[in-house]
Design a protein around this ligand. Structure first.
Ligand SMILES: [Zn+2]
Length: 398
């Protein structure tokens, strides 16, 4: 797994540029239909060498094939081989495992979602059931979209916990108890008969924002998922930062108070003990007759409940302390706040901004803007599609 998504070159800007160039070549092929490398070079303004390298990669990946063009190249080059995009539609599949739901979608390479399914279930404790359900939902979406399994390039998988990409397992026993030791990649590749890429939920959210959302025009940003848990997906020079074993961005377990409450991770005073969904619900539950959910607390805050408002803004302040540290380390252009808690809007975002101003070094704090995510409920599903689309291009460049 790890090898597939590790690019050869360390320079993210180069990888980004290369990806943009590749997209331009595909766009020309899509517009012109059959055409030659020379015409692609002329239309895109790219050098012939660059076009030649990109076309070779696209041919290897099966996205582009040679048409028997008999007319010689009148400009004196070798006989003009015509190129075309593969006719059969190629698609990617995305699977989002939440703690209590499974969502599946299929999308084409033009980034259109063709079909989508969602099912509520106890994913945390019943991994096998969730995996089986996802496989049958993939059958359903492929059927609805009218595409053959052979047309699927890759399946992107989002998991609501740290993912050890080298082993293809969940990196924590406490977050997803039913998934411990399960080799997710192998299990899913077996069930689906597809190549899979796995990523944790915050990284999927970051990929969705990078590809279609608030991070589209931005190559350095931190995506913060604030929901039941708090995680970060970090995009550096246009690429996801994964770290040595794929768990980069576990901001929810930043220590804010060494003598604070015991966290489920085994440490004390982690950010999640102050600002996670369950922590906020615990704070405001006293005195409420109904059993509160995070969504309900946000509704109550929006309708003026002072305790709910205070709990959310305090959570924002604590998240901001941890994010300030992140700003000092990676100096992002933007902090994109997603997850259900982001539905609270400026009630959450304004204290985050204030904490960053208070705790980050001035140069980093002045530069960064804190904005809401474009995607909230479907962020992970769209991110798993983006992962599959990225996975398919990384296969090409590997
Ligand atoms: Zn913790």
């Amino acid at each position: 797994m790890a090898g597939r998504t590790t690019t050869k070159k360390g320079d993210g800007s180069l990888a980004w540029l290369r990806e943009r160039n590749r997209e331009r070549v595909i766009a020309v092929l899509r517009t012109l239909g059959r055409t030659s490398q020379a015409d692609i070079a002329r239309t895109t303004g790219l050098s012939r060498t660059t076009v030649s390298t990109l076309v070779a990669e696209l041919k290897d990946s099966g996205l582009v094939f040679e048409v028997d063009g008999r007319a010689p190249d009148m400009r004196g080059g070798r006989p003009g081989v015509q190129l075309a995009l593969q006719d059969s539609p190629r698609v990617v599949v995305g699977i989002d495992f939440g703690h209590s739901h499974v969502r599946v979608a299929v999308a084409d390479l033009a980034h259109n979602v063709l079909a989508e399914r969602a099912r509520d279930m106890d994913v945390n404790h019943f991994a096998e059931d969730a995996l089986d359900a996802s496989a049958s939902m993939v059958d359903e979406v492929l059927g609805e979209a009218g595409v053959e399994r052979a047309a699927v390039i890759c399946a992107g998988i989002g998991i609501p916990g740290p993912v050890d990409r080298a082993r293809g397992t969940v990196g924590s026993a406490t977050i997803l108890p039913g998934w411990l030791g399960l080799r997710i990649a192998d299990e899913l590749e077996g069930r689906l008969g597809l190549r899979v890429e796995i990523e944790n939920d915050a990284n999927c959210g970051a990929l969705a924002e990078l590809t279609w959302g608030a991070g589209r025009d931005c190559s350095n940003f931190a995506y913060i998922k604030a929901a039941s848990g708090i995680g970060a997906g970090l995009v550096i020079d246009g690429r996801l930062l994964r770290g040595a074993s794929g768990t980069a961005g576990e901001i929810g377990h930043t220590t804010l108070d060494e003598t604070g409450a015991l966290c489920y991770c085994g440490n004390r005073g982690c950010l999640e003990t102050f600002a996670s969904g369950p922590a906020i619900i615990r704070l405001v539950s006293d005195g409420h007759q109904e059993t509160l959910t995070l969504g309900r607390v946000i509704e109550l805050a929006a309708s003026g409940d002072v305790r709910c408002r205070r709990a959310i803004s305090d959570a924002g302040r604590e998240i901001g302390v941890a994010v300030a540290g992140l700003c000092n380390l990676i100096n992002p252009e933007r902090v994109i706040v997603g997850g259900l808690l982001s539905r609270a809007g400026d009630l959450l975002l304004q204290p985050i901004r204030e904490s960053i101003r208070r705790h980050a070094v001035l140069a980093a704090a002045e530069r960064v803007e804190v904005v809401p995510a474009v995607f909230v409920e479907r962020a992970e599903l769209l991110g798993s599609l983006a992962l599959a689309l990225t996975g398919s291009t990384q296969t090409i460049s590997a």
